[in-house]
Design a protein around this ligand. Sequence first.
Ligand SMILES: Cc1cc2nc3c(=O)[nH]c(=O)nc-3n(C[C@H](O)[C@H](O)[C@H](O)COP(=O)(O)OP(=O)(O)OC[C@H]3O[C@@H](n4cnc5c(N)ncnc54)[C@H](O)[C@@H]3O)c2cc1C
Ligand SMILES: Cc1ncc(C[n+]2csc(CCOP(=O)(O)OP(=O)(O)O)c2C)c(N)n1
Length: 585
Amino acid sequence: MSKTMTGAQMVIQALKDQGVDTIFGYPGGAVLPIYDEIFQQSDIKHILVRHEQGATHAAEGYARSTGKPGVVLVTSGPGATNAVTGMTDALMDSIPMVVLTGQVPTFMIGSDAFQEADTVGITRPCTKHNWLVKETDKLSETIHQAFHIATSGRPGPVLIDIPKDVQFATGTYTEKSKSKIDHYNPQRRGDLDAITELVELIEKAERPVLYTGGGVINSGNQASQLLRELVQETNFPITSTLMGLGSYPASGKNWLGMLGMHGTYEANLSMHGCDLLINIGARFDDRITGVLDKFSPHSKKAHIDIDASSINKVISVDIPILGDVACVLEDLLKIWKSRGNKTNSAKILDWWSQINKWRERKCLSYKNSDTIIKPQYALERLEFLTKDHPNRFITTEVGQHQMWAAQYLGFEDPHRWMTSGGLGTMGYGVPASVGVQVAHNDGLVINIAGEASWLMNMQEMGTCTQYNLPAKQFILNNERLGMVRQWQELLHGERYSNSWSESLPDFVKLAEAFGAKGIQCSDPKKLDDAIIEMLDYDGPVIFDCLVEKHENCFPMIPSGKAHNEMLMGDDKTENAIGSSGAVMV
Ligand SMILES: Cc1cc2nc3c(=O)[nH]c(=O)nc-3n(C[C@H](O)[C@H](O)[C@H](O)COP(=O)(O)OP(=O)(O)OC[C@H]3O[C@@H](n4cnc5c(N)ncnc54)[C@H](O)[C@@H]3O)c2cc1C
Ligand SMILES: Cc1ncc(C[n+]2csc(CCOP(=O)(O)OP(=O)(O)O)c2C)c(N)n1
């Protein structure tokens, strides 16, 4: 039965049909008809952010922590352009997001009308797909297509630009079940011959390693379960990218820690020395591969990925498998078991002896202090005091603190770790923590931040207060753009060009100004009590943790170097073979 309604009503109806419970948005002239409809219903919650960039990162946090798409509603012109960073971030990190933008009326498009911008043109490179809807009759179907595209295959952001006259006009609503969405149907099951070829390599491998990534999280909880089964049954070592943390538990005995530029010694050397590298839902990012012609030089390589354009893009592989991680792992385990669960177990034990020697190096150890809080220590204490919380979620900003969080916090499950990996967007964390907390009312949400990143979207503290969101802001305050300062120290002759702030706000007073609680701590002996005070407070907290200003984040593979050319940190260089701290193996 066809239903007639206005475009604005269609937007709300389509969102309801898609099961949307929350929109992150900010109103303006070109979306007022839609806001009027929001006012007249109560099924969908609208979270009024303080900046459209905040809306997009909040939607990312919501999406990553729930597995559902995040939804954003903003006005034309500056509303749309402010959302560009978040869409680009979501595109890089495979986050499903549907962005609805208002546009000037169709008859004014191209006239330099007030708050007109070519939103579809501007966002074409930073969305998976976008549409300018010029007829109300096409609006609902377009919204259903948008959700399908955002959530299928490699997930990503999509945008629908809706002129104001299309919102006012009346048309016919198309239900979700009647929408034509079958033109985009990415392949989910992998080719069985290719999977069998991989099984043959698994049976023979002497030094295998599983290199897993965000695709495992995108694929859903079943993928994570199958991955755990594969590790347990084969006894293969497993590492993950920044985006895949939590798909295999950090407490698991085969866990090597994160790999890549700030990955562990054992993970990177395993990648370098392995004879079989199985990439499961990762995209051979340059933070992982380092210099390409020295990347994992002795291995046969397989790559499981749902996006054909990810395969053989950066690294040529011997066995490409196009498909969804869960589907491929299911078939792989079935085939492997049907052939008798074989591995080269004796050789794999030898491989573990080698890996355990690398582990003994304790690459994440650091020199602690009685008088100054080391950032690593702050995170170790935070981990100790929160790891048993049944519902903990961590978001981060971008910089050294982000890498230390990846190194020193443990993630047992997927969807618990929200960070900006591909774009590396400072300002992601505060709004992302808002989005996660909105989705998980009772969750303990902590944003690990550097003071510089935190200041970039701190206005979203107002959103926290307005909606009683108790997210905790844990700022490792080194009064420096720490990651930039580290590169300047190590790679630019200690010329610290513009990498510190001479004027920082009083974060405790700032917290009070926002109606939150402020806590400052600079004494390692008082740190536990201060963290407990933060955790016990039933409301948003800004925790200003004054840390050592010049700590560097190690291990580090400098750009242009290989996995076996890691910098290990000042206190370990004396053991290193080779000069200038580079450990050669
Ligand atoms: C300061 C800084 C330092 C960094 N240092 C590191 C570092 O040391 N180590 C590190 O790992 N990263 C680091 N990163 C992050 C890095 O830039 C990349 O974002 C990250 O490595 C990419 O992770 P990924 O390969 O898992 O890819 P994602 O971006 O998560 O991509 C997922 C891949 O899986 C595929 N996929 C998606 N869904 C499915 C599915 N259902 N089935 C199959 N395949 C699917 C996609 O097509 C894609 O190819 C750093 C970032 C910053 C900001
Ligand atoms: C929007 C944006 N601008 C610039 C950068 C480059 N950048 C990466 S890390 C960093 C410094 C971050 O400083 P801070 O947030 O204090 O964290 P720290 O590294 O000190 O832990 C900068 C400027 C970026 N990633 N994002």
